[in-house]
Each structure stands twice: as structure tokens, then as C-alpha cells.
Design a protein around this ligand. Sequence first.
Ligand SMILES: Cc1cc2nc3c(=O)[nH]c(=O)nc-3n(C[C@H](O)[C@H](O)[C@H](O)COP(=O)(O)O)c2cc1C
Length: 204
Amino acid sequence: MSTKETGISEDISVYRNAEYPVDPLFIERWSSRSFADKSVSSETLYTVLEAARWAPSSSNLQPWRFAVAQTEEEHTLFQQFILPGNRLWTDKAPVLILIASDKRRDDSGEINSAHKFDAGTAWGYLSIQANLLGLSTRAIGGFNHEKAIEVLGLPEYIEPHAVVALGYQGTLDQLDEKFHDKDKPTGRRKLSESILKIRGLTEE
Ligand SMILES: Cc1cc2nc3c(=O)[nH]c(=O)nc-3n(C[C@H](O)[C@H](O)[C@H](O)COP(=O)(O)O)c2cc1C
């Protein structure tokens, strides 16, 4: 399909193309590590979190929880648990959001088996809303989970999953040289390779 047919920008189509017609937004969102020296207003940040709030969840338990670093003091806390390789670029992100989830169904302590799945959906919603607002996000699993729990004083029923860096995308010269080659949209395997064969039903 041509960029005219798909609506996907020519810059992105060098790296990514859809096999089936989807909203260009899904193809055009990608996770840069470069952040411009520009702050994100609280209004914008909370709009991004609002989108996550409307994610679907098992029994509507809404297990996602967010810890936000906006101020210098909050950033200093997050820097204590983000791994050094990631800090080379996360230190420049104006906002960091720890995405966690409440493992419990309710106060009885029964486990919500869908808490991680639902927190992942919330991150997806958040990243798309950020993109719609002209912002960039990149998730990080490379942080010390135990240290995050300790530094932020999280209760034992809260499980951290990822730290999301949020801000306006910067240029390559604002990014550590180490990442210059990597800072571009990634591809994806073919859709057919993600479709599981169902024994006895899927044609060979
Ligand atoms: C749960 C999760 C953990 C990730 N951890 C890291 C990380 O520690 N460091 C990093 O640079 N990128 C990390 N990423 C970013 C992925 O590598 C990136 O999203 C993936 O390569 C797809 O690229 P795209 O988001 O640009 O489409 C993580 C992404 C997710 C969703």
C-alpha cells in the first residue's frame, strides 16, 4: 500500500508498513530515547493518565497504579532505581511514570490473576494518548524493582512493572551518542507469525 493509501507519513514508511489498513497512529508511535528540553504541563500529564484510566480491566478492578516524577526531588528518587544504561537518556525525560498494579482483588487479599495484563493495557492507552498530544514515550523494564519498592515506599501488594519516560521528542544531538544508531522506529514480525495454529482447525 502507498503512503497515500495508508496515511502513514513517508518518514515512518521507510521503517514501517502496515500489512492491513490501521489508523496511522499505531504505526507512527515509536519510542525515541531523545527528549527535548521542554517541560510537560500537569494538565497534559493528567490527560495522558486519564486515557489509561479508561482502559478495560478484569471485573473492572482497575488494578493499575501510577507513581509520577515531575519535580527535581521526585526525579532524584527515580534515579536511584533506574539502571545506569537507561539513565543515560531517562535523566533528560521531563516526566517519569512508574506503572505498577495492585495484585489483590479486594481487601480479602485474594489475588487478581489479571492485574499484570490490565496494567499493560493501561500503558498501551497511555502511550497512544501521549502520541495524540504530540508527546513521546518509552517504557523501561531496566530498573531495580526491589529498590523502586524501597525508595518509593510501596506496600507489598503493589507490583511495579515499568517506568515510562514521557516528554516531547528531541533531536539526535540531544541524545547520548551511544544511542544514535538505535534511535529510529523498529519493525515487527509478520502478523501471520503471531497467529497461533489451533490443533485440528488451522489449515497447514
Ligand atoms: C515492558 C517494556 C520494557 C522495556 N524496557 C526497556 C529498557 O529497559 N530500555 C530501553 O531502552 N527500552 C525498553 N523498552 C522499549 C522497547 O525496546 C521498545 O518499545 C520496542 O523495541 C519496540 O519499539 P517501539 O516502542 O519504538 O515500537 C521496553 C518496552 C517495554 C514495553
